[in-house]
Design a protein around this ligand. Sequence first.
Ligand SMILES: *Cc1c(COP(=O)(O)O)cnc(C)c1O
Length: 434
Amino acid sequence: MKYYSTNGKAPIADLHKAVVKGLAEDRGLYMPERINKLPQEFFDNIEKMSFQEIAYTVASAFFGEDVDPDALHDIVYDTLAFDCPVVNVKDNIYTLELFHGPTLAFKDVGARFMARLLQYFIKKENNHKQVNVLVATSGDTGSAVANGFLGVEGIHVYVLYPKGKVSPIQECQFTTLGKNITAIEVDGVFDDCQALVKNAFMDAELNAHMKLTSANSINVARFLPQAFYYFNAYARMKEQGKADNLVMCVPSGNFGNICAALFGHEMGLPIKRFIAANNANDIFYKYLQTGQYEPKPSKQTLANAMDVGDPSNFARIYDLYGKSHAKISALISGATYTDEQIRETMRECYKASGYILDPHGACGYQALADGLQPGEVGVFCETAHPAKFKEKVDEILGIDVTIPERLAAFMRGEKQSVAMSKDFADFKAYLMKQ
Ligand SMILES: *Cc1c(COP(=O)(O)O)cnc(C)c1O
């Protein structure tokens, strides 16, 4: 499979290059040149297949030309060492729980897949030179990437995070791991961390010294595997005879997760329509209404992993539908919620069903409660476990959310990090010694 850039000015790349580079030379996002339709027979029997079997079929359609079948099989099965179940919340509203992975959020799926695919390419190259992943984080990306790559041979991860600006629950998920993960605590803000990473990629001397790569969420190896769980959700709903008028609702920030669902739809997945649920950052919602895409600075909200004012993957959606606003707005509708509405939704849902929503999932649940038509069945993604936002959730619902054991284990671990100034010279000097 070849990959082209959404900006149309970069050379065509193969999978290996697209994964290692992440972003194309013209700063566009990589798109597969073809989206293979899956045969009708697959959809006819899908409810008899396991999550891993389904995922392997989907993975083969994207990556089968570039990865040996046995290796791809192992990558998929190893990535999906946990389930993504569909659970009924209330009436015809179901949730696709994406928080059963190591860091309790959906980004685990993409991060684990990318780590294993990168390892496959390193082994194939056979020069045994260690690859170093640099990632800047304001919280959640760092933990997903660090845990996704944890213990993966041949790869070392450096997580840069702003000192005192990530929550203790987030911090422990990437500072207590040890092994091939190094946490770097930068005396600055998130933008300083990002600048250090960008400068490192551009520094010729450093790149001659060590092999550097990014694990950005726009990477094709992180975003495409997210399609796996939408196929599985369809299968599990079909098992219950509820899949005929399915509406998929995705709480969205950078729009990578919903974009993977749309790719699934292009492969033939019978979802009737999609809803992109937003917090107060309503750029896509406005685009659907007006046809104008107008990025804005992001606003801070309760659902902070969706605080994005210029969603990167809009470029992919735009490209996928030939830049047609008519096509996009026919398939996808939008919703936008204030923090006050998110709180109200969490309380209402808990009272009516006992289900504890996290602030991101709350946007998805409410968009279905507001938008489902008679005869439709809705599934929204619960993108993170409520315990990840324990302080907020406890305060809003007046409860004491139980912390799952795998999160508690991180919290008992010993914090280890390297203190760093925001000066690139210091960061470079540190890396040159590694
Ligand atoms: C990253 C994230 C989102 C947003 O996903 P996108 O793919 O960026 O749209 C939503 N919820 C949670 C909990 C996240 O971590």
